[in-house]
Design a protein around this ligand. Structure first.
Ligand code: NAP
Length: 246
């Protein structure tokens, strides 16, 4: 069945790879990010390659008051939305004790409040239709304490908790919820990071993500190896091991 799917943060990395994978499977897309030129180029590529409808719009999700109108307009252009993927996010490394929390605020505004604004606006549309699927791009960082990434980890832990609550709250309204927890995926997000253990390409990750998005899965850890086994013991990993690795 062809679905209408909106992706935030589709101008690069995982969002762009997901757009390519979902278009190849024949789905209609609405793509948003701040870099409109990149979205337009991607949309042209996908229309030419797969003949699917692709709509684009510039949207900074941290400007939370702009999110509902943007989603509503894109839903109209696609004649409805079935799935909304809150993927937009930033990383950023900052050692504690510098006295400057501007980066921490930007991370929370984008990764947590931007995602909440996206999922909330989608819920408004889905409740009018009586169905819909919310997808949040969290991270294994929600469970893994990475030195220098306190606010990134906190933003993803908050998003994971929000998605868990949404799943319980919205099930009776016909709205399902998927939380995606990627491990390390080769994208631009953290070019300055020292190590990318068990890294996989965005294209490879997008195949597993698209499978979970289109099925009724509630959780996905990708790549599964080794994170599906390591994550449950993350709280007991030696701090010295984490400090050495990251
Ligand atoms: N790569 C990994 O290893 C990894 C692991 C776990 C989770 N994730 C999560 O996966 C998601 C995608 O990241 P990525 O790895 O694909 O990195 P990326 O290539 O840097 O992509 C990030 C995307 O988010 C968009 N974005 C950033 N700030 C935005 C804002 N304020 N408003 C709207 N869009 C914004 C960017 O577009 P513009 O700059 O054009 O706005 C871009 O399209 C993020 O939520 C990230 O936390 C990534």
């Amino acid at each position: 069945m062809q679905r209408s799917i909106l992706i935030t943060g589709a101008s690069s990395g995982i969002g762009a790879a997901l757009a390519r994978e979902l278009a190849a499977r024949g789905h209609r897309l609405a793509l948003t990010a701040r870099r409109l030129d990149r979205l337009q180029a991607l949309a042209e590529e996908l229309r030419a390659a797969h003949g699917v409808q692709v709509e684009v719009a510039a949207l900074d999700v941290s400007q939370v008051e702009q999110v509902p109108a943007a989603l509503k307009a894109l839903a109209t252009r696609l004649a409805g939305l079935d799935i909304v993927i809150a993927n937009a996010g930033i990383a950023g490394s900052r050692r504690m004790g510098t006295g400057d929390i501007a980066l921490d605020r930007r991370i929370m505004d984008t990764n947590y409040l931007g995602a909440v604004a996206t999922l909330d606006a989608a819920t408004t549309l889905f409740r009018q239709n009586g169905h819909g699927r919310l997808v949040g791009m969290s991270s294994i960082a929600a469970w893994l304490p990475l030195p220098g990434s306190g606010s990134y980890c906190a933003s993803k832990a908050a998003l994971t908790a929000y998605l868990d609550c949404a799943r319980v709250e919205l099930g009776k309204h016909g709205i399902s919820v998927l939380a995606i927890h990627p491990g390390f995926i080769d994208t631009d997000i953290a070019a300055d990071m020292r190590r990318y253990p068990f890294v996989i390409s965005a294209d490879k990750a997008a195949v597993s993500m698209a499978d979970a998005i289109l099925a009724e899965s509630t959780q996905l850890i990708v790549p599964a190896w080794p994170w599906r086994w390591l994550v449950p013991v993350a709280g007991r990993l030696p701090r010295s091991w984490l400090a050495r690795w990251f």
